[in-house]
Write a protein that binds this ligand. Sequence first.
Ligand SMILES: *Cc1c(COP(=O)(O)O)cnc(C)c1O
Length: 589
Amino acid sequence: MNHANQNHGTGTDPAAMRVAYFSMEFGVDPRLPIYAGGLGVLAGDTLRAFADLKMRVVAVTLLYRKGYFEQVLDDEGNQIEREVSWNPGGILRSLAPTASVSIAGREVVVRASRYDVTGPSGHVVPLILLDTDVPENDSEARFLTGSLYGGDDRYRLSQEIVLGIGGVRMLKALGYTGLEHFHMNEGHASLIALELLREEPQPPDGGDEENQSEAAALWRQDIEDVRQKCVFTTHTPVPAGHDQFSYDLVAEVLTEAFPHAELRRLGGDERLNMTSLALNLSHFINGVAKRHREVSQEMFPGFAIDAITNGVHSVTWTSPGFCALYDRLIPGWRADSFSLRYAINLPRPEVWDAHLIAKRVLLDEVRKRSGADLPLETFTLGFARRAASYKRADLIFQDLDTLAAVARVAGPVQLILAGKAHPKDILGKELIRRVFAAAKALKGRVEVVYLANYDMRLAGLLTAGVDVWLNTPLPPQEASGTSGMKAAHNGVPSLSVLDGWWIEGHVEGVTGWSIGATSPQPDARLTTREEIDRRDAGELYEKLGRVILPLFYQDRPAWCDVMRRTIAFNASFFNAHRMVQQYAASAYV
Ligand SMILES: *Cc1c(COP(=O)(O)O)cnc(C)c1O
C-alpha cells in the first residue's frame, strides 16, 4: 500500500520540483488547442520526456480560451479562420490559489488550471495554465488569455506579463518553493527573469516603497544569482522574429515597480527586446541544432551559445504498426529511445508491412477529408508545416512540366500537403493559394492534395504514412525542424534542404537525400531568391527522377534498408529522451 501510494504521489509534491519550464504554447494533448506549430509541439514532447525520465519539472503556459484558430480552405486555397470552441472543464482541473499582476495601471487577477503529463511509471509533470478570464477582472483583462498569437503588440506584451510575472507568482502561490532552474522556451517568457530579480532576495520591509535608484542597486546585486537560475532556449534564426516592444508601450503597460533604466540596460536601448533580456539574464543559452548555434552566435556576439539539438517524443510519434513491431523486436524502446538503434536489424518485409499499415490509414483519411482517391502503390511525398514563406511549400512547384516529366519517366508521384498560415501572414496565405493553383495545373499528371487544419493528429498520420518527407526551407531560417524526426521514427526518410537538424541527420542515400548546397557555405554566386529557388528545385527534380523514384519502384529491399537506417541512425538520436538528458546534464546543474 505504502509503496503504491509513493508511486502515485511521485512528482506531485510542489516543493520537490526543481525546474520550471515556461512556454507560450504547448502541444501537450490533441484536445488542447493551445499550440500553433513546432515550438509548442516540441514543448509538449519535452514534458512527455521529463515525465518518462521522472524529472522533477513543473511547466507554465496560458490557458487560451479561444485557442489557435481552425483552418477552412475554399476551392482556391483561400484560408478562412474559424474560432475554435473547446471546454477546458472536461480536461483541466482548476486550482484555488490566485496571483495578481499590474498591467496598464490596474490589478489583473490570475487563476490557474492544471493538466498532468503522466509517464509510464506514474510520475507526473504538471502543466499550470494561467487564466485571466475570471469575474474579478474587467472585460479587457478577461480577454488577455483569449487567443494564442492574436492581437497587437500591446496584447502580446500583456500576455507576456501574465506568463512571466504572473507565472512566477502563481508557482509561489501553489507551493513550488524549491525551484532551482527557470527555463524560458523562446523569449516570450523573458519577464520571469525580471520577476526573479525583483524578489530575490526578499526585499527588506517596505521594499515596495523604495525609489528607483535603490531598486536598481538591489537589482545589480542580484543579477548573478538570477542568471544562475535562468536557462534560455532560442528558436529563431532571424532578428525580425524576436519579440520587441517600444519603451513607450512598456511604460504604459508594464506598470509593475521595475527600475526602467535597468530594463533598458538589459533589454536594449531602442526597444525592449525580449531576446536581449533573456540573453543577459541566463547562465545557459542554447540554439536548437548545431547549425542554429552558429547562426545564433553570429547574431548575438558576446554571449556563449550552446547547442542542444531538438528531438521528438518517440512513443508519441511512432505509428501503431511500428509500435507493434518495436514492441516485439526491440523490447524496452518505450523507456529508452536510444534502443531504436537496433532497428538496423529489423526484417525488411516487416518494416514494409508496418509502413503500409500507416500509409493505408493516411490515404483513408485523405479520402475522407478531400474525396481524393490516392493509390497505395504510388510513391507519396509529404510536406506539412506552418505555411510560412521561408518554409517554401511551393518549391517543388517551381517548374510543373519538369515535375510532371519526372513522374512520367521515373514512376508516378503524388503529394500530400498541409499547413496553416498565421492569420496576419499575407505571404503565407498566398503560398497556400499558389499550391492550390499548381495542384489544378498538375491534375492528371501528378495528384496533389492540400489538407485543411494541420494539427498534431494530422501530423502523426502524415509523417508516418508518406513514403518520403519533403523539407525545403530557405537556409539558414529553419532553426531545427522536427517533423522530419517524426517521420524518421516511422522509417520515412527525408528529402530535405541542408538546414537545421538535417545537417546532422543527413547521410546521403543512407538516411535520405539532400537538396541544395552540400557544403555549409552558401553558394556565393547565387544572389537572388529566384536563383536560389530555381537551383534548389532543379536539384529536387534531379534527385527524385534519378535516385529516389528508381530505388522506390525498382529495388524494394534496398528501399527498406534506407528505412531501417533512418530509424536506427536518426530516431535513436533525434528524440526527446536524448534532448532532455542533455538539458539535465548541461543546463539544470
Ligand atoms: C511537428 C509539428 C510541427 C513542426 O514541424 P516542422 O518540421 O518543425 O516545421 C508543426 N505543426 C505540427 C502540428 C506538428 O506536429
